[in-house]
Design a protein around this ligand. Structure first.
Ligand code: HSE
Length: 420
């Protein structure tokens, strides 16, 4: 595709973002891009676009030789995978915002791009309007990239903000996040941390070249949190944020997880409120960098989709450079986490799984303790997954007992200070 080629777009989905991109493209004539057809599920709904553009027949887009770009903005991840893989096989470039689909099928999608010499771009899939993927892909050499810590889900951040700052109840905050168009149509994906872990799986590929299915990454959302946890955080001058982490613990190993996290007032992530997202990049030389912006909603997401469409003009494609560079990074469980756990009396025995208990408190409504645990233990203990137990990350400690990790003890950069 040359910069003079007209972009004839077939759009899948006309929801919050689909309608946004339709209106944004009308106002961006310089892009020389036109939406030729829009595939939707039901024709009978009133829509803010000419009727003749709509079809319920995907093949009108997928097999139309005039259409050279498919923009996929539907909800259903498996249907989206079918559409995107068909479009790539037909030699069409694709822009997608579907993090669940991309995280679940990234290796196959990379193969399809290579085989059919087309590009699949998905900047909107991670942190909405913040250019995270292109940054990780292009700018940070994996040798320099020490850590990625991000608030990557706007809905949960919106809910936590409204609950802590405006004392809204959980249901009210969730309902509002849905009405504002931040939440997934199945909001369980947001509140259970699944959306965040899907985004983290994509980040791991672009940051470190690691292939991992999101179900294999430790994650917890905000549904286990108890009001006592928020109170405890406030007493200590912290807030609770849902943070996705990828931290390089030695030359070849990265630990990754999504957990509610105590964030201190001096940490940049503490200023990320409502539907905003924020990412802290720990770099071995540059120390800390902070990316901030809207992570959800019609126009912020449309902005990233638009940027991807524009990038197709200059033949941009992800090269997945980190996947072929050496050393090869792998996912590790070789770390110790300092955690706060609050639990109902029946789960008292969980403290036996901690390496060391540093603080413990028992009362009628809720017990809590602070202690250290091996990451590899936390992944396997049944209580972590139980509704009556909430786990909040305090800090990450490299596992100094492990010979491979001795080196990190000598590094200036202290992982333990990340959240303070
Ligand atoms: N439900 C997602 C969020 C939308 O709240 O962040 C943007 O990916």
């Amino acid at each position: 595709m040359s910069k003079h080629t007209k972009l004839n777009i077939g759009l899948f989905g006309f929801g919050v973002v689909g309608e946004g991109i339709f209106s944004v493209l009308k106002q961006t004539p310089s892009l020389n891009a036109t939406i030729r057809k829009i595939a939707i599920k039901h024709l009978f709904k009133e829509r803010n676009a000419p009727k003749e553009l709509f079809t319920t027949d995907a093949s009108e887009i997928l097999f139309d030789p005039i259409i050279n770009v498919v923009v996929e903005l539907i909800d259903d991840a498996e249907a989206a995978y079918h559409i995107v893989s068909q479009a790539l096989k037909q030699g069409k470039h694709v822009v997608s915002a579907n993090k669940k689909m991309i995280a679940a099928h990234l290796p196959e999608l990379i193969d399809l791009q290579k085989t059919h010499k087309v590009s699949l771009l998905y900047e909107a899939a991670v942190c909405g309007s913040i250019p995270v993927i292109r940054n990780l892909e292009e700018y940070y050499d994996n040798d320099l990239l020490h850590s990625f810590s991000g608030i990557v889900n706007g809905s949960t951040n919106y809910i936590l903000t409204k609950m802590s700052q405006e004392k809204w109840c959980y249901d009210e905050a969730l309902k509002q996040a849905q009405q504002l168009g931040f939440a997934e149509s199945d909001p369980g994906l947001d509140v259970e941390g699944k959306d965040a872990v899907n985004k983290l799986a994509i980040v791991l590929k672009h940051a470190y070249g690691i292939d991992v299915h999101p179900t294999n990454i430790l994650h917890q959302g905000i549904t286990h949190l108890h009001e006592k946890d928020t109170q405890y955080a406030a007493e200590k001058g912290n807030t609770i944020k849902l943070v996705a982490n990828a931290v390089c613990i030695n030359k070849q190993e990265v630990i990754a997880f999504v957990l509610p996290t105590f964030v201190g007032a001096s940490n940049k992530l503490s200023s990320v409120d409502n539907e905003y997202n924020g990412v802290l990049i720990g770099s071995k030389l540059a120390d800390e960098q902070f990316l901030y912006g809207k992570g959800a909603g019609r126009y912020p997401t449309s902005s990233a989709v638009l940027s991807d469409i524009a990038a197709l003009r200059y033949q941009y494609k992800y090269e997945y450079k980190k996947s072929s560079s050496l050393p090869e990074y792998t996912l590790s469980q070789q770390a110790v986490l300092r955690i706060y756990v609050s639990y109902s009396a029946q789960h008292q025995s969980l403290i036996d799984d901690l390496i060391r208990v540093e603080e413990q408190y028992t009362c009628e409504q809720r017990n809590y303790c602070i202690g250290t645990i091996y990451l590899k233990t936390l992944i396997h203990v049944p209580w972590f997954y139980k509704q009556g137990v909430s786990t909040v990350l305090v800090s990450i400690i490299p596992d100094l007992d492990s010979k491979d990790n001795m080196e990190i003890a000598e590094l200036d950069y202290s992982v333990e200070t990340i959240y303070n």
